[in-house]
Design a protein around this ligand. Structure first.
Ligand code: CA
Length: 229
């Protein structure tokens, strides 16, 4: 689940955003004081921060400046309509994006997705990556969603787990046993042929109309998803 921290002193905005973001699948926390918000970023783990500028305690610009000393966490500034200078300063301070209040929820959601996508490309997020990618395939692990380019690919749970394992280990040859243990578990008692069967399902779903092969068979060993193949 993607967690979001909202630092905003206007109770109205919090009570508007909280249910909307929760409905969209985010885990939402809020702080109405700048200092409290900053401490939450220091002490807890969030995937993204929505940060108001005019705040009691510590203002948004200062929070952003301090956070950037130890974290690359995506930050979207929420600025009032007349705070053009603030938003420029905000981006200089290291915010990833800004949004002028009042905004439509769709607009905010789009910005959040975009900022999260960009952030996941950075090495800082390698360990807890929300997104995994291979060529034009993107795996959104928060939502269990696979995109090929802009198209959503419909996979079963096992197909998804298999693809996730292959992409996590891209450019490495994986044996059938390794795949079987990781995706089906050590207590799986069926035929190892199941790996080949599911690889062929994946190929069918990913490679139709595609010129390039995604999953390569390594004869006598197993499979590899090779980036430069
Ligand atoms: Ca405010």
């Amino acid at each position: 689940m993607t967690s979001v921290l909202i630092i905003e002193d206007e109770a109205e905005i919090i009570s508007f955003l909280k249910p909307e973001l929760t409905y969209e699948g985010y885990e939402v926390e809020a702080a109405s004081d700048g200092r409290e918000g900053f401490e939450k970023i220091q002490n807890e783990k969030f995937d993204i921060v929505l940060l108001d500028i005019m705040l009691p305690g510590l203002n948004g610009i200062e929070i952003c400046r301090r956070v950037r000393k130890f974290s690359d966490i995506p930050i979207i500034m929420l600025t009032a309509r007349d705070q053009i200078m603030d938003r420029v300063t905000g981006l200089d301070t290291g915010a990833n994006d800004y949004l002028t209040k009042p905004f439509a929820i769709e607009e905010l959601l789009a910005r959040m997705r975009s900022v999260l996508r960009t952030a996941s490309a950075g090495s800082h997020y390698e360990k807890t990556k929300q997104f995994l990618s291979f060529k034009d395939i993107t795996l959104n692990r928060s939502f269990g969603e696979i995109l090929k380019g802009d198209v959503v690919i419909d996979l079963t749970k096992k197909e998804y787990q298999l693809l996730e394992f292959l992409i996590k280990n891209k450019n490495n040859v994986l044996t059938r046993d390794q795949i079987l243990n990781a995706v089906w578990g050590y207590d799986y008692i069926g035929d190892t042929n199941v790996v080949d069967v599911y690889v062929s399902y994946l190929r069918g779903k990913l490679e139709d109309n595609a010129k390039e092969k995604y999953i390569t068979t390594v004869r006598g060993i197993g499979f590899i998803m090779k980036e430069n193949a």
